[in-house]
Ligand binder design. Sequence first.
Ligand code: 5AD
Length: 352
Amino acid sequence: MDPTDISSWLTETDEQKLAGLWSLADRIRAGHVGTAVHLRGLIEISNYCVRHCAYCGLHTGNTSLKRYRMTETEIIACAETAVRFGYGTVVLQSGEDRGISAEWLAGVIQKIKHSTTLAVTLSLGERHPDELKLWRRAGADRYLLRFETSDRELYKKIHPPTGSTRRHRIEQLAAIRELGYETGSGIMVGIPGQTFASLTRDLLLFRDLDLDMVGIGPWLPHPDTVLGAESLPADNHVPNTDLMSCKVLALARILCPDANIPATTALATLNPETGRSHGLERGANVLMPNLTPDRYKKLYEIYPNKSGSTLSAEQCDHIAKKTIRALGRKIGTGQGSRIKTTPAIGSTVTAS
Ligand code: 5AD
């Protein structure tokens, strides 16, 4: 699939042709990662954040948000719930919280790894290489850091500087991989200012980075953010719809046949009825049920009305398993790490 094919799929409107795209993605998914849908228990360990991201409700300037940080005991209890539900992975996610010390988190990771067989995925934003190294030594298996967009101008616009110089996320991903983490990245679809050309480059970058995990969800406006308060995208910009998100998801599966790709919470939020199942039928093989304790869940408001934020962990688990069974798929067992079925393609694309 070359850039021209990708661009024409992104603007395709013919339903029959799109049905062909969905079935191609689904066949590739079945052939490379099988019928299992892996469940990753999401634990939102802190909503503190030092960043000013123009899209995210956790940005540091949002003073209307009550902040929380989970204790070690609370995190371990959530990991035990993951085991009870039969999951193979927990994802510890937070804003970029300087209050999470490297040593403290290393202790939490060690406890989970010693007392369970869970894979531990971290999604904690941009952290110092020494911290990443410590957590890897403590047993963390995977790291998620979305590059959000490969368009450097748009990237700068939505990530105002924090004072300290930062390496581009694409370079940070290389460092994460170098440490031996399974490496995940991804984007939001329909960020105001995103063009079809940059979205095409994002997709090629997924392939060229040889990602182990790819997360794709629609941008959802949050009223307390710069982008959420702005007017909606112009005509030649990418719409933040579930259809467009599914096209990107299907194309990501075709470009990264053996990657683990979730039907994301953002997709389920945009379309609570069909978001998860459409995602799973159009390339995805992972769901991430939310295990965050009820009293914190509502406060992890990266965007409004987040799917699952008013439900208990039991209810989120039930919905995920029901969705998988209704599609005739199997619930994944074990850690569900990436099993490579294709040789890596050499890097030819860089961020513009
Ligand atoms: N809409 C959709 N996705 C968002 N994220 C953050 N804010 C939003 C939003 N308003 C996504 C980003 C981030 C991930 C954890 O959540 O892509 O990397």
